[in-house]
Design a protein around this ligand. Sequence first.
Ligand SMILES: [Cu+2]
Length: 294
Amino acid sequence: MRSTRRFRWAAIPAAAALAFVLAGCTQAQLNGYLPGHIEGAPPATNQTDRITGLWVTSWTVLLVVGLVAWGLTIWVMVVYRRRKGQTGLPVQLRYNMPIEIFYTVIPLILVIGFFSFSARDSYEIETRFDNPDVTIHLLAKQWAWDFNYVNEDVYSPGIQAQPIDTGPQGSIDEALLPTLYLPVNKSVEIILDSRDVVHSFWVPDFLYKKDVLPGKTNYMSIIPEREGTFMGKCAELCGEYHSLMLFDVKVVSQAEYDAHIASLRAAGYVGQLGVEFDRNTNLPGVTAPDASEK
Ligand SMILES: [Cu+2]
């Protein structure tokens, strides 16, 4: 009698878990509610499937752990509740070796698992190309972005987003946004430097962001795989107009990319926008800033 009642209570979390699994998953759930996924279209970059996989696997495992933990908690509360007429303390248990091994070993396996998969994926993501097809030298500044197209020796100077009065509150002039053009299916290395304070280069659909630090060069290695316009923003609070530090990334065909480079050249944007425009002249080092070098 006693054991069947226990079994009945244990069936509740088990049934709940089963119902959850049998309910099936929508595409958004399978994608972990991450942005940038379009059904039937190529992934935004060569990394997005990997990042989505790590995220979805992680939260699925954690959800199962949660269901087991919540199930056991509720089960214990119900089965071992104080019954009518009971007085005093129940039998006290201590030093239960199987349980102690269980709650030591399982979390250890989880932590090692999460660590190793995260380390593997971040290693893959952070590995730089030996010979990227396209090299972009990006310079972040309060509150915009300069893009140098290194191979073609042209540049695109950026200004911060310009609010416009027409349209809903908070509207900005899309045409004036700094825009980085990238050819589709080409390996791209973005070299990230800051002219002043800490910024962060973030294209939400690429599922990755990278800090842009003064005095330290960071690198981002991606292959954009889907044509389109991707919104980007600075993801590190960097001052008064941080919220206007917006940009677009346009992933286009090689022909459109070449045409854009030609239009920059025709507009006179030839050469590279270097560190001479940095506001920060006091980078880490052993020498004081020299006014004559400016
Ligand atoms: Cu910023």
